[in-house]
Write a protein that binds this ligand. Structure first.
Ligand code: ASP
Length: 337
């Protein structure tokens, strides 16, 4: 039987870093050489791989929408030559990249798995080997037409994952949606959760650097700060609210500012500060005030999914009403009603 083929886009991150006087840093050539020479890749159940090491390997804290576009273009240009794709990436902004790719890669029919590690490959106790080898096996052998994020024995839907532990190996979780693959002695795919294969061919859409902001409410928050933010050329605001999507109803200035902004065409999305659960602005008077001000619901989307989806829609040719409507429906499995 013909061996499966997987393309590895190596963008940077801890996985391939080496110790230096300034802490861990990426070093070109080092990691790609190490992977290519691994005896594991000669095993019959491992796919053939091709590694594309990016020119400037980066710590993912330096990632921008331009990098997301580069990765999308890279995948698009090699799409017909491979069975699946693995993106090696730093963990810090991995959930943003996985979310962004899920929107940018439209009509995706093959697995794209973003992974990395907490300890570099060069270190004895590294988690890189497990994350890489299992990601490659899943990308090669399973019919999962979505962008996933693989970490510590779980494949999460990319736009549902969040980094929740800065140093533990179990660094990611998917608070509002189950893992789509669980890895133990066997690789168990939750077929019923996987997105359906699209009828069309892959298309990519660029995300331009957006004029958007995220703002977290807290007791004592001064509406004046919001006024400053809204007086810029801002197009969208993700408002991180309390509980089920609540904000102070006794702060008339805050509600007035939000109402004026939304009637001017600034899209304001309500995202809960809670790690898990969904926004429902009809539950309390404090939520209803936001609804009346024209704030739209982010339902159970993660902040990463909300920000990247809003950026994606603002970069499209959708009208304001279409953007508002699409923000509140499920496009790539990122949102549950
Ligand atoms: N700072 C690193 C990065 O995000 C952390 C990691 O890869 O785990 O690139």
């Amino acid at each position: 039987m013909k061996r499966k083929r997987v393309y590895i886009a190596y963008t940077g991150g801890t996985i391939g870093m080496k110790p230096s006087a300034k802490g861990f840093v990426p070093e070109s050539g080092y990691f790609s050489e190490k992977i290519s020479a691994l005896p594991e890749f000669k095993a019959p159940d491992m796919p053939e791989i091709e590694i594309h090491e990016y020119k400037n390997l980066i710590d993912s804290s330096n990632v921008t929408p331009e990098d997301w576009y580069r990765i999308s273009q890279d995948i698009e240009s090699r799409f017909n030559d491979f069975d699946g794709f693995v993106v090696l990436h730093g963990t810090d902004t991995m959930a943003f990249t996985a979310s962004a790719l899920s929107f940018m890669l439209q009509d995706l029919s093959k697995p794209v798995i973003v992974t990395g590690s907490q300890i570099p490959w060069s270190q004895m106790r590294t988690d890189a080997r497990d994350n890489l080898v299992t990601s490659l096996m899943i990308a090669a052998n399973y019919d999962i037409p979505e962008v996933g994020l693989f970490f510590h024995n779980r494949l999460y839907r990319g736009n549902r994952a969040r980094k929740f532990d800065a140093s533990g190996f179990h660094a990611f979780q998917s608070p509002n949606f189950p893992a789509i693959v669980n890895v133990g002695t066997r690789i168990k795919v939750r077929e019923e959760l996987i997105l359906k294969e699209p009828p069309a061919h892959l298309k990519i859409q660029k995300i331009s650097p957006p004029n958007i902001m995220i703002l977290t409410l807290f007791p004592g928050f001064a509406a004046e700060m919001l006024e400053n933010v809204l007086s810029t050329s801002i197009q969208g605001l993700v408002l991180m609210t309390y509980g089920m999507g609540n904000a102070p109803s006794n702060d008339k200035r805050l509600l007035k500012l939000l109402k004026e902004a939304s009637s001017k065409g600034i899209i304001i999305v309500n995202c809960t500060q809670c790690y898990k659960g969904s926004v429902d602005m009809s539950g309390y008077e404090t939520g209803q005030g936001l609804l009346d001000a024209g704030v739209i619901s982010g339902f159970d989307m993660t902040p990463e999914a909300t920000l990247t989806k809003l950026s994606y829609l603002l970069s499209s040719d959708c009208s304001l009403d279409e953007i508002k409507q699409k923000m509140q429906i499920n496009l790539r499995g990122e949102l549950t009603y």
